[in-house]
Design a protein around this ligand. Structure first.
Ligand code: SAH
Length: 217
């Protein structure tokens, strides 16, 4: 371990350098990731690894995504300052916090109540008042708030869920990992056009599965 390893300014510089070297180049996304401290979203025995570019365990058997994947997904989503964004899979709340500074409003849902409650406490602590977190089965979307300019799914589905496609505005973009949960999945970007949907394959990823129904806690 080199001297100054725990210096927050240096740690942040290394964190941002890692993101850039893995293809996160959008200045707005980098600025948002510079502002939000990932260390707040990782607790317990893994807390000291919060600034590594690696996914880490969080409660309820879930994971906080790898920072470079958060960055790449966020820049593929191209959120605009006036956009309303739906995130499926609140998890630790980190991805929602990154989106918070890049759009007008974030709705984020998780099937585990404990994760929603803990993420909400961090959003309050950081003063991120444009995030609404709720317990819901995200495979059904959030019909009461639809349609959305952007939808980001942070759990893997076998196919893009129909209700989510239906809740996307025309011109809207959805980013979603698709594939079997025990294999490498493909991150795809779906753009809704006047007449249908365009699909782009972005990269290979690995996410926990999108599971139907609410969690036990
Ligand atoms: N975006 C998170 C990481 C998400 S991990 C972060 O930044 O930390 C995937 C999350 O999706 C898990 O918390 C899991 O509980 C949730 N999930 C899986 N299936 C779901 C469903 N049908 N509805 C809502 N959330 C779901």
């Amino acid at each position: 371990m080199t001297e100054g390893h725990d210096d927050p300014a240096e740690r942040k510089m290394r964190f941002l350098f890692q993101l850039r070297s893995r293809g996160v180049t959008d200045p707005r996304v980098l600025a948002s990731m510079e502002k939000i401290d990932r260390g707040l979203f990782v607790r317990g025995q893994f807390a000291d690894r919060a600034y590594e570019d690696t996914p880490l365990p969080i409660p309820c058997g879930q994971t906080i995504s790898q920072p470079s994947v958060v960055g790449l997904m966020t820049q593929s989503l191209q959120p605009g300052p006036r956009d309303t964004v739906l995130e499926i899979g609140t998890g630790s709340g980190y991805q929602a916090a990154i989106l918070s500074g890049l759009c007008r409003r974030v709705y984020t849902v998780d099937r585990h109540r404990r994760l929603v409650t803990e993420a909400e406490a961090i959003f309050r602590q950081l003063g991120l008042h444009n995030i609404t977190a709720q317990v819901a089965d995200g495979s059904r979307g959030l019909p009461d708030q639809a349609p959305f300019d952007r939808i980001l799914v942070t759990a893997a589905a076998e196919d893009p869920p129909g209700p989510l496609l239906a809740q996307l505005k025309i011109g809207g973009i959805m980013v979603v990992p698709v594939g079997q949960s025990d294999a490498v999945q493909t991150l795809i970007r779906v753009t809704r056009t006047e007449t249908g949907y365009d699909y782009d394959e972005l990269r290979q990823v690995r996410f926990v599965p999108l599971v139907e129904g609410l969690g036990p806690t």
